[in-house]
Ligand binder design. Structure first.
Ligand code: SAH
Ligand code: SF4
Ligand code: F3S
Length: 439
């Protein structure tokens, strides 16, 4: 039996896709190994969202190719495959044997055997309007959370973003198929599911929209925590807020990507909302769910962004006080609308200054918000029986997605435990088991 090792980069969608690939390969008599050195085939499931994501992969391929004494086939999957296509195979120095885009994973067994049988490099980077892998049951990793892709692709064409080009057009799975998967997950012992899509608000299958889907998933007995990512601020369904507030098993947590706080920059990004509309949406969300936890993505140094316009981003960050934020320097992606129309004209030193300013502001906010939770008792889902730093601590998450570290006790991975928060840093809460144990 040939053994395959897969390494995953990029977003949760790629994590999920790796689980699909493992399932497809094991059905075709391949074994999956957790050790690169044992593998006959090494696959990198790649991301192309920023330039440093690409460079990491080039280095990694080089390292694998030159670190091996035995023969190995190297395949590149994911967004770099559809972004760079056969140019990846033509680069002789890299020595990649096959590439497969996000809609071509069912072809992987054929691609691998064709490389072996014909000694020629193989590729399939076709994007599909229909492929949702709804007939593939992912080989899930050993986690308490199960990802479920409810849709694939993106039609939004934010001008900075390569994803619509690497993952193609939007398509949604049927609600029946998704609910069936959730029921199977519950039967397998999962209690938390996270619904995934590049823009979940666009989910639509016949008459079912995203709020309808959330309702039927929330109705499945045994599901204790439902998360979703990402919605787009331009068309966040207001009726979903009501449903979230009503249902105990929908986590009070929303990832709401801001990208920029200035309306002119937002317009240039094709985000189709203004600073004020974003702030109004946050107010509305908090009116309905006062304790909601909000996270975001922000890009600094988008072409033509002035210092004064960056101050608008800082202003939104200070007004909203996000619970978590992922911040990036603008990275020009070939072929995107921004790359074609606008010069990447914000100097690197200025991008660095802006990201440092934002990070400093955020760190203070995170610390204040986390410290405000000291003394509260929160329900924590135990994720790992030991943390990376200490074998005597365990790690879990609150409903609002905060990480909690607590001493090991009479609880196991997958348990829900009432935890008294005793301390906090800007990134984690520290706790101890409270008196009551949640069921
Ligand atoms: N579909 C998701 C985003 C996927 S990409 C959504 O809309 O929420 C994840 C994040 O990467 C984006 O939210 C954005 O903040 C960042 N990003 C995308 N393209 C980028 C680029 N060219 N340079 C820097 N950051 C980028
Ligand atoms: Fe990219 Fe915008 Fe689509 Fe998100 S919504 S994947 S940022 S184009
Ligand atoms: Fe995800 Fe990166 Fe592709 S963020 S969709 S793996 S470009």
């Amino acid at each position: 039996m040939k053994k395959v090792f897969i390494e995953t980069y990029g977003c949760q969608m790629n994590e999920y896709d790796t689980e699909l690939v493992k399932s497809i390969l094991t059905q075709h008599d391949y074994g999956i190994t957790p050790h690169e050195a044992d593998a006959d085939v090494v696959m990198l499931n790649t991301c192309s969202v920023r330039d440093n994501a690409n460079r990491k992969i080039y280095n990694r391929v080089h390292e694998i190719r030159h670190g091996r004494t035995s023969p190995v086939l190297i395949g590149v999957l994911g967004c770099m495959a559809t972004n760079f296509k056969t140019a990846l195979l033509e680069n002789k120095r890299l020595g990649i044997d096959f590439i497969a885009g996000p809609d071509s994973y069912k072809q992987l067994p054929t691609l691998i055997s064709d490389v072996e049988n014909f000694g020629e490099k193989q590729f399939d980077v076709t994007l599909s309007e229909f492929e949702t892998y709804s007939d593939v049951s992912p080989n899930r990793s050993d986690s308490v959370n199960a990802w479920i892709a409810i849709m694939r692709g993106c039609n939004n064409f934010c001008t900075f973003c390569v994803v619509p080009y690497t993952r193609g057009r939007e398509r949604s799975r049927s609600p029946e198929n998704i609910v069936e998967e959730v029921k199977k997950l519950v039967a397998d012992g999962f209690t938390q599911v996270s619904l995934l899509g590049q823009n979940v608000n666009s989910y639509r299958h016949e008459e079912t929209d995203f709020t309808d889907l959330m309702r039927v998933v929330s109705d499945v007995p045994g599901v204790k925590r439902i998360r979703f990512t990402s919605p787009h601020p331009k068309d966040f369904p207001r009726k979903l807020l009501q449903l979230m507030a009503e249902r105990d098993n929908i986590c009070k947590q929303i990832h709401l990507p801001l990208q920029a706080g200035n309306t002119r920059v937002l317009d240039k990004m094709n985000r189709t909302y203004s600073k004020e509309e974003f702030l109004d949406l946050v107010t509305e969300i908090r009116e309905i769910m006062p304790d909601v936890s909000l996270s975001t993505d922000i890009i600094v140094g988008f072409p033509t962004e002035t210092d004064a316009e960056f101050e608008d981003t800082l202003d939104v960050v200070n007004q909203v006080r996000f619970d978590m934020a992922f911040m990036f320097k603008y990275s020009e992606r070939p072929n995107t609308l921004a790359a074609r129309r606008l010069k990447d004209d914000v100097p690197e030193t200025e991008k660095t200054r802006r990201i440092v300013t934002l990070t400093d502001a955020q760190r203070l906010i995170f610390l204040e918000k986390n410290r405000a939770l000291i003394g509260k008792t929160m329900t924590v889902l135990i994720e790992d029986s030991a943390t990376k730093k200490s074998s005597t601590d365990v790690k879990g998450r609150t409903d609002c997605n905060r990480i909690v570290i607590l001493p090991q006790g009479d609880y196991d991975k997958g348990d829900y435990v009432q935890v008294l928060i005793t301390d906090a840093t800007s990134s984690v809460l520290i706790g101890e088991k409270g008196l009551l144990s949640a069921s």
